[in-house]
Design a protein around this ligand. Structure first.
Ligand code: S3P
Length: 760
């Protein structure tokens, strides 16, 4: 893309650019330029083949270079009597300044006589306002062909020897052009960095500087400050001798170059000073909490920080960067004992949503402390709701009322959770603020038109990708939504709930009719919060007239998590298991009905009602299963349980046929394909169809390695298959079990399945 790229300062950053440029064919010739004291570095760069040639500015200027025999002259490729600065920049189509921010003004002065309109000038400095200000001082106005940039990547080492060809690969890079910048030059610099694999954003310099002050400059100051303080202590008491990994991690950046960091602090002082004040206030707050024994608040502060950090980590969802988890299951075993599986996921989501919109304080018990429900919790914290906990499944939500949510400062990241995204899209469509909903790779591939289309009929303004997937860009239409009478084309509780939540902000009535019964937790919980909901057969209607009054919620165990044990105990001979306090809402018990039709021995004991939801203890003992044609009316009532029901079918005598379950293709993975692939690997005759599967059961389940494709329920289903397998099973990509059932591996182990979890 460039004929000649000239890099001023070929150290770690300049050298890494040169390596990446070469590896990606972004310039024909790469020329290095530096001061006399950089000559060793430049010679090394040339020796290593990082650059093609280099030029050195002599301290006495080019006239002196003429008259003195110059030891560099030969290897510079400089015409005898030539001016190295002129030679270096002559015909360069791009000059990249890769020197510390403090030197930029001097470099501009030096470049000024040679400044060419045919060259694009750029830099890599970590403060950007200072670069534009320096340019203004030197040139009067910022030249149109100056495009400042900042690659957010680095290392503590310096020098070209530490340069890395992939230093910028998949790293953020911010371009901060001045208002008068030439758009073509900006585009070229964008392409140049994208060509090195960087993730490029364009913003104004002030915004850049305020972001970097918070996330880079302040942490460096903090690391330097802590080590400064403790270093002096260490001189007296040798405390470092006993410091471990935490200290090493926290203080890593205090090994950075002090001169460079003084320059950065100086260049970005305006943005940094207020942040130091905020940090001091935060420390004073923590000091106060501790001094006055307010451990609940201290916990809330730490818990919030932990989840905020998780949000930060989630952005690096690149599979190469996240931990991968593999389950190794030893075949055989049986399930025995008593267990209470974690709280219901659907109800946990809704408890946060409705508790937040209620007037008053809602206490929640049995909340599912897993990634999906925590994503919803975080989203509401981001919208200004004060939520204490969770501590052992208990939460206190300080409701803000139906109209009390605040605009989130950032996009709402919802991880893997379809329920969060679809329900929130309805709730946020009618708010007085805009919002953006994002999710992980799986969620970003799932269909959102099923909610955005009916919401558009109500007057909502939600933009998706061309494919109808997230991110969802929601323009809040407070007071402008209109009720509709909508007949859902598919049986989906998420779509129904989304429209009910939108209907609570619409003019007139909003009705949703479902083609088959789906889970009704939204309707039940709304009634529990005294919000008027009308139910007429398969049609549910709400209006905006009503308010939610805080009510305590006791979330029962999730039947979808219990399902793994219902199947596991049924297929593993000698099993006898009691699952306590399981939600048996009739819109969720399809799994019990299907297993019973197959011959399972499941007793429903101690039935009771808790907070408007039926609950029972389930006793399950092993029994011979037989294949069946699964009645289609049970499909929506067992929609999340099919991965493990396929395992039951593989163990049942005869054929099991599922149809009418095309929805399984758009869950966290294509559950028909992924399960059929895995079962076939294990030697089971499983034939996927468009809307279901045909499984010839009764044969042997063999061992082997299967992948869950990041789908939590598939990972757990194949683990359960181990109980009846003839050899060990390895399940890859199990990290997402944490979205619904983080305790799964420990619980299943305790009840009798030999499962080892490997992290890498
Ligand atoms: C859910 C509804 C179902 C289910 C999901 C949770 C809910 O999705 O699969 O796990 O909480 O409303 P659909 O509405 O897409 O069927």
């Amino acid at each position: 893309m460039f004929n000649k790229l000239c890099i001023i300062g070929v150290g770690l950053i300049g050298g890494s650019v040169a390596k990446a440029v070469r590896a990606n064919g972004l310039a024909k010739t790469i020329v290095g330029y530096g001061r006399e004291q950089d000559s060793i570095n430049l010679q090394t760069a040339k020796r290593l083949g990082v650059i093609d040639e280099f030029y050195i500015e002599t301290p006495v200027g080019w006239v002196a270079a003429l008259s003195q025999p110059n030891e560099y002259q030969g290897m510079l490729g400089c015409q005898k009597g030539g001016n190295p600065t002129y030679e270096a920049f002559k015909d360069a189509d791009c000059v990249l300044i890769a020197t510390p921010v403090a030197s930029i003004e001097a470099i501009f002065e030096q470049l000024k006589p040679f400044w060419s309109k045919d060259t694009i000038y750029t830099d890599v400095g970590s403060t950007k306002g200072s670069v534009l200000a320096a340019a203004e001082r030197v040139f009067g106005v910022v030249p149109e062909n100056l495009v400042p940039a900042h690659p957010i990547a680095g290392a503590e080492q310096s020098g070209v020897e530490a340069a890395l060809v992939d230093l910028f690969f998949h790293k953020r890079l911010i371009i901060t052009p001045a208002n008068n910048a030439n758009p073509e030059a900006v585009q070229k610099i964008k392409t140049f960095w994208q060509g090195q694999g960087a993730l490029v954003s364009v913003m104004n310099a002030q915004h850049h500087d305020s972001i970097l002050a918070a996330t880079s400059h302040l942490p460096h100051i903090l690391a330097f400050a802590l080590v400064d303080m403790l270093g002096h202590k260490d001189e007296q008491t040798e405390i470092f001798k006993y410091a471990a990994g935490g200290f090493r991690d926290f203080t890593r950046i205090a090994s950075s170059d002090p001169t460079m960091w003084v320059d950065i602090c100086k260049a970005n002082k305006q943005e940094i000073l207020p942040l130091i004040e905020q940090l001091s206030a935060e420390l004073a707050k923590i000091h106060g909490l501790l001094a006055y024994d307010d451990y609940q608040q201290l916990f809330s502060t730490f818990a919030y920080a932990k989840s905020a950090r998780q949000r930060f980590l989630n952005q690096f969802e690149d599979p190469n960067m996240t931990k991968s988890i593999t389950f190794h299951i030893k075949n055989g075993g049986r399930l025995q004992g008593e267990a209470r599986v974690p709280g219901d996921k659907s109800m946990s989501h809704r408890s946060i949503m409705l508790g937040s919109l209620a007037e008053g304080v809602t206490h929640v018990k049995g909340f599912l402390e897993a990634e999906d429900a925590l994503a919803t919790l975080q989203a509401f914290r981001d919208m200004g709701v004060e939520i204490e906990g969770p501590v052992n499944g208990e939460l206190t939500i300080h409701g803000v009322g139906k109209n009390g949510l605040k605009a989130p400062k950032n996009e709402l990241y919802l991880g893997n959770s379809g329920t969060s995204m679809r329900l929130l899209s309805g709730l946020l469509a009618g708010q007085p603020f805009n919002s953006v909903l994002t999710g992980d790779k799986s969620l970003s591939g799932r269909p959102m038109k099923r909610v955005t289309e009916p919401l558009a009929l109500m007057g909502a303004d939600i933009k998706t990708t061309e494919k109808g997937t997230a991110p969802l860009y929601i323009t809040g239409k407070a007071g402008q939504l209109k009720g509709i009478d909508y007949v859902m084309p598919m049986a989906s509780a998420q779509v129904k709930s989304c429209l009910i939540l939108a209907g609570m902000y619409a003019q007139g009535a909003t009705s949703v009719t479902e083609p088959a019964p789906t889970r009704d937790h939204t309707e039940r919980m709304l009634a529990g919060f005294s919000y008027p909901v009308k139910k007429d057969g398969s049609k549910v209607t709400v209006t905006a007239d009503g308010k939610l009054t805080a009510a305590d919620i006791d979330v029962p165990s999730d039947i979808s998590s219990a399902a793994f044990f219902l199947v596991g105990a049924s297929i593993a001979e000698g099993s006898d298991l009691l699952l306590k306090h399981v939600g048996i809402n009739p819109t969720r018990t399809g799994v019990i009905d299907i297993l019973r039709l197959m011959g399972a021995n499941i007793e429903i004991l101690n039935e009771r009602e808790v907070g408007g939801e039926p609950v029972a203890d389930l006793r399950v003992r092993s029994a011979p299963l037989k294949g069946i044609d699964i009645p289609e009316h049970l499909v929506p009532l067992a929609i999340d349980e099919f991965p493990v029901l396929f395992v039951a079918a593989a163990c049942a005598e005869g054929q099991t046929r599922l149809s009418g379950a095309e929805e399984l293709r758009v869950k966290e993975s294509d559950r028909i394909q992924v399960m059929a692939d895995g079962l076939q690997i294990l030697g089971v005759d499983a034939q996927p169809t468009e809307d279901g599967m045909i499984i010839q059961g009764g044969g042997n389940i063999g061992g082997g390695t299967v992948t869950s494709h990041g789908d939590h329920r598939i990972a757990m289903a194949f683990s359960i298959a181990g109980l009846r397998a003839s050899a060990a099973i390895t399940v890859l990509d199990c990290a997402n079990v944490n979205t619904s059932f983080p305790e799964f591996k420990d619980l299943v182990q305790r009840l009798g399945l030999d499962l080892v979890c490997e992290e890498s």
